[in-house]
Design a protein around this ligand. Structure first.
Ligand SMILES: Cc1cc2nc3c(=O)[nH]c(=O)nc-3n(C[C@H](O)[C@H](O)[C@H](O)COP(=O)(O)OP(=O)(O)OC[C@H]3O[C@@H](n4cnc5c(N)ncnc54)[C@H](O)[C@@H]3O)c2cc1C
Length: 349
C-alpha cells in the first residue's frame, strides 16, 4: 500500500474542514484535505441562514449570497408572532462551501475528492479513494460532520440529534424576514420558513430519541399545508433535503492525542437553533492556527479548546441548559418559550 506524508490531514471539506485546512496551510504546513463526495458542497443539507457577524470572520462573495434578511419572527403555538431585528443572509450554500475549498487550494492545500477516511492503523491513517492508501500524519483535523467517522473510531462522538427535513418551495410573494414556528407536533425543534428570492427553504427539525418514532415527512407536509393556508407558499416542491443536527453540546474531548475535532464533528452547533456554520468556520480557523503553532513551537493543543470556548462557551452552555428545559417541559411549550428561544429577552437571563 502506498504511504503519503503530510503535516496535517483534514477529514471533510465542509465549512469547518476547508477553513481549517486553509489556515494551517497559510501558516506554512503541508495539508491534505479529503472529501468523500465527488463535489464539494453538494448536495446542500442546510437552511442556509447566517447572521451578519460572520462577515467579520470571512469574506463571502456576492455569488454565495442569495438574499438578505433583517428580522426574525417567532410564532408561538397559539399563533402569536414576535418580531426582533436579526440581520443576516441566506446563502447559496453550495457556492459558499465550494469557494471555501477553492481558497484552501489557493493556500496550497491538496484537496482529494472521492476520498474517505476509513480508520487508524498503528503507524498511520487509512484512506480510500480509487485505491486504498496510508497517510503518515502529524495532526488530524476531524471535520467530517455530525456522524464523524473519525469520532466513531475512537468513541468520541455526538450523542443527541435533531433530525431535519426541508423542501424548497415557491413563495407567493418575496419578503425579508426569517420565520420560526413552534408547535407541539414538532417535538424538541421547530419549523422554519427562510426566504431565498422567489423561493423559500421550508423545513422542520424534530428531536429524535429511542422512544419516538418520528414521521418527519408527515410533519413537514402538515407544516407546508399550514403555510399554504396562510397564503405564504405554493405547493410545488422544487427540491428536498434532510440531515442530522447534533444538539448534545460540545464534545467532552475537543481534541484527543493528535486529533482536533471541529464543526459538527465536535458538536459545535447551537443546541437550540441548530445553527452551526459560524462556529464551524471560526472553529476551523482556530484549529488550523493551533495545529501550526503546535508543530512549529510546541504550543499545547489545549489552546484550541480555550480559544473556542472563550468565544462560544457561555452561549453554548446556555443553549444546552435551555434544551434540557425545552424537552422536559414540552407540554408547556407556549409558556416556556420565552425562556427557551433566542427571540426573547428572557432567554438571556
Ligand atoms: C437541514 C439542516 C439545516 C441547517 N440549517 C442551518 C442554517 O440555516 N444555519 C446554520 O448556521 N447551520 C445550519 N445547519 C447546520 C450546518 O449545516 C452545519 O453546522 C455545518 O454544515 C457544519 O459544517 P461542518 O464543516 O462541520 O460539517 P459538514 O458541512 O457536514 O461537512 C462535513 C463534510 O465531511 C464529509 N465527510 C463525512 N465523512 C467523511 C469521511 N469519512 N471521509 C471524508 N469526508 C467525509 C462530508 O461529505 C461533508 O462534506 C443545518 C443543518 C441541517 C441538517
Amino acid at each position: 500500500m502506498e504511504t503519503i506524508k503530510t503535516d496535517v490531514l483534514v477529514v471533510g471539506a465542509g465549512p469547518a474542514g476547508s477553513t481549517a485546512a486553509a489556515e494551517a496551510a497559510r501558516c506554512g504546513l503541508s495539508v491534505i484535505l479529503i472529501e468523500r463526495r465527488s463535489k464539494v458542497g453538494e448536495p446542500v443539507q442546510c437552511a442556509e441562514f447566517v447572521p451578519r457577524p460572520i462577515f467579520q470572520e470571512i469574506e463571502i462573495s456576492s455569488d454565495a449570497i442569495s438574499s438578505s434578511v433583517s428580522k426574525m419572527v417567532t410564532y408561538l403555538p397559539s399563533g402569536k408572532g414576535f418580531s426582533i431585528r436579526a440581520n443576516g443572509c441566506i446563502l447559496n450554500r453550495d457556492v459558499f462551501d465550494r469557494e471555501l475549498a477553492e481558497k484552501a487550494k489557493e493556500e496550497g492545500v491538496d484537496l482529494l475528492l472521492n476520498t474517505s477516511f476509513v480508520g487508524f492503523e498503528e503507524d498511520g491513517v487509512i484512506l480510500r479513494g480509487i485505491d486504498q492508501y496510508k497517510v503518515d500524519v502529524k495532526i488530524i483535523i476531524a471535520a467530517d460532520g455530525p456522524l464523524s467517522t473519525v469520532g466513531r473510531e475512537i468513541g468520541n462522538r455526538n450523542r443527541e440529534f435533531v433530525s431535519a427535513i426541508q423542501y424548497s418551495l415557491p413563495l407567493t410573494e418575496r419578503f425579508d424576514q426569517t420565520e420560526i414556528y413552534f408547535n407541539r407536533k414538532i417535538y424538541g425543534g421547530y419549523g422554519w420558513l427562510f426566504p431565498k428570492g422567489d423561493i423559500a427553504n421550508v423545513g422542520v427539525g424534530v428531536k429524535i430519541n429511542s422512544h419516538s418514532k418520528v414521521f418527519l415527512r408527515r410533519i413537514l407536509d402538515w407544516f407546508v399545508e399550514r403555510l399554504k393556508d396562510d397564503g405564504k407558499v405554493r405547493s410545488q416542491i422544487l427540491s428536498k433535503t434532510s440531515g442530522l443536527i447534533p444538539v448534545s453540546g460540545i464534545l467532552q474531548e475537543m481534541y484527543f492525542k493528535n486529533i482536533l475535532f471541529v464543526g459538527d464533528a465536535c458538536g459545535m452547533t447551537h443546541s437550540i437553533t441548530g445553527q452551526g456554520i459560524c462556529q464551524a468556520v471560526i472553529g476551523g480557523k482556530i484549529a488550523g492556527r493551533v495545529a501550526a503553532k503546535h508543530l512549529k513551537f510546541g504550543t499545547s493543543l489545549s489552546e484550541y479548546k480555550r480559544e473556542w470556548m472563550s468565544i462560544f462557551g457561555e452561549e453554548h452552555e446556555r443553549a444546552r441548559r435551555r434544551r434540557r428545559i425545552l424537552e422536559s417541559r414540552w407540554d408547556e411549550l407556549e409558556f416556556i418559550l420565552p425562556e427557551c428561544w433566542i427571540g426573547f429577552r428572557d432567554y438571556y437571563r
